[in-house]
Design a protein around this ligand. Sequence first.
Ligand code: PXP
Length: 248
Amino acid sequence: MADNSLRLGLNIDHVATVRNARGGAYPDPVRAAIMAEEAGVDGITAHLREDRRHIMDTDIEGLMQALTVPLNFEMAATDEMQAIALRHRPHAVCIVPEKREERTTEGGLEVAREENKLAHFIAPLRDAGCRISIFVAADQKQIEAAHRIGADIVELHVGAYCDAHAEGDFDLRDTELASLREMSTYAHSLGLEVHAGHGLTYDCVKPIAAFPEVQELNIGHFLIGEAVFRGLTPAVHEMRRLMDEARS
Ligand code: PXP
């Protein structure tokens, strides 16, 4: 893959959200993942939450069996999730904060305050061969802590930038964008691989995709919603096109 390349990871959580609204077996997130793989995505992300509100344990098993692209297994830093990750040994583990009452992952992980605990938590996962990604805000303190504990990747939470863009608050959007740009350069300078995600849409993806240090975008909710109108493959292709345009 060329140095300038930017990977697209599809988060399939919300295929499972629709399935779970009725219970039963459809729409099947594993089928969506296979279709997305055929459409050219570079990876699949799935977040197994403590409350199993969308992805379920059987989905992770199905994804591990079916996928040829890497699985980015998103999870909270709990003993239960560590045991599941160690059983499956996905390509990457993305550690995120998780609150039962939140609708979605609201912020980045507090790495600096939990440094020792997290360092111990990720050690067996690293030993098992998983790449370690930490979902962080664009905050130098958190990025430095992620680096110190030995993470391979930081995924920058771009949600505040996306929200400001959607709400038309362009001053705030530009402020958020500037700190994301600065922190992606900083994280890269420490030797961390830089990913970004949360809230990205066709409308706001390009400025983030244009950051030269960002190597992967993880996008879910918008693309799964867009698939209702266009179909999953065209929805993915349009995102890919915009990313390539931003990068060229
Ligand atoms: N990356 C991480 C770490 C996330 O927690 C999420 C949301 O689950 C995403 C990417 C995808 O965000 P969205 O569904 O808003 O595109």
